[in-house]
Design a protein around this ligand. Structure first.
Ligand code: OFO
Length: 171
């Protein structure tokens, strides 16, 4: 049976993963409307991944005798000034998610819940990867600057990346 504190922390994490999914969906949709098809495909895929992260938590809580709460979500921005703004806010969002995951891990240790602690390790390494990827993308965008040809190639690279990780095999 899940302790109350753990259940609360995990439910808060459900909300964050769901809001990540919603956030990236809004970004994907905007990118699609401005012709950044690769960026859009990448972000649609990323949004699906976040939904899977949320679902994994829902199932974990319920399987351990707790009760998952499906949250209401706030509306993400529907327009962005640039592709750089998208990835900067994505990184900021991921850093918040990492803080929250670290907090869940802390609560697990305080409550001596080693099963949930073990389950959360997957999220800890996932965050490392996601932060690294976002930083890498921002570095590339900084290199490209205002070069339109560079942006075209960047968008195509993201399309390739998205195609390599079809939604149904994403974590
Ligand atoms: Fe769920 O990994 Fe990003 O937020």
């Amino acid at each position: 049976m899940l302790k109350e504190k753990i259940e609360k922390a995990l439910n808060k994490q459900i909300e964050l993963e769901a809001s990540s999914s919603q956030f990236y969906l809004a970004m994907a949709s905007w990118a699609e409307t401005v012709g950044l098809n690769g960026t859009s495909a990448f972000l649609y895929g990323h949004s699906d991944e976040e939904r899977q992260h949320m679902l994994k938590l829902v199932k974990f809580i319920n399987e351990r005798g707790g009760k998952a709460v499906i949250p209401a979500l706030t509306q993400p921005p529907s327009t962005y000034s640039s592709i750089m703004e998208i990835f900067e806010s994505l990184l900021e969002h991921e850093l918040n998610v990492t803080d929250s995951i670290n907090n869940v891990v802390d609560v697990c240790l305080q409550e001596k819940d080693y099963t949930t602690h073990n389950f959360m390790q997957w999220y800890v390494s996932e965050q490392l990867e996601e932060e690294a990827l976002a930083r890498n993308i921002i570095d590339k965008l900084n290199m490209i600057g205002n070069d339109k040809g560079g942006l075209y190639l960047f968008d195509r690279d993201l399309e390739t990346l998205a195609a390599q990780t079809p939604a149904d095999t994403q974590k």
